[in-house]
Design a protein around this ligand. Sequence first.
Ligand code: 13P
Length: 253
Amino acid sequence: MRKQIAAANWKMNLTYQQAEKLLDEILDARIMPKPHQEVIFAVPYPYLLLTRSEVEEEYHYSASAQNCHHKKSGAFTGEVSAEMLHSVGIQYCIVGHSERREYQHEDGAMLATKINLCIENEIVPIFCCGEPLSIREAGTQNEYVAKQLEESLFHLDAETVSTIIIAYEPVWAIGTGKTASTAQAQEMHQYLRGVLANKFGAEAANEIPILYGGSVKASNAEELFSSPDVDGGLVGGASMVAEEFIEIIKALK
Ligand code: 13P
């Protein structure tokens, strides 16, 4: 079975003390993932090592960075490279979150270089895609999201692409409380898997987990994840409420 993943994205939230407390509360639920399931915490840089040491050994959960720089190393004050993340044992990194595309003006070509650096450093990129409201209203979301994949992933070979994770996060559903319907999510995920199959072959496309993100919560996770092409969620707000995230982990197929 394809990997089913509950991924938390804390964004720029929580103090160290709050982060420790939240992790403790979630870990106290003692949910052991099945072999085909993964639980990932994408946390701010200063909390990566705390998170990794708390979750990795006993629970087999993982810590993830929320970003890495698009250059290998050098005079880029304040930035963090994929190589640095690898050197402290981090195995996942979010690439191309819509907030970074919008506020840091990250474009498809830049994201392609980040994907390459992650892969070179044995980090699994969690590649985000998704359309803004205006595109959804115009009905051109499929072309828009397919182009995002094309710009940042189509230079890879089938074997490599089958190791990454994709997160479909419609911008209009992020932090708005407005969730894509289960049918809308399944429709897009199925479409994206078709785009990947056309380019890389069905075998590779079938291996790629496609997560849904955008106002996932305890009350809608099970229904969303029940769709055949929705392989879990990338969760913002609800991942910072222990009881919510615990239920979201339990909702994985
Ligand atoms: P919310 O779950 O808060 O809508 O955020 C989704 C998201 O952006 C996860 O990366």
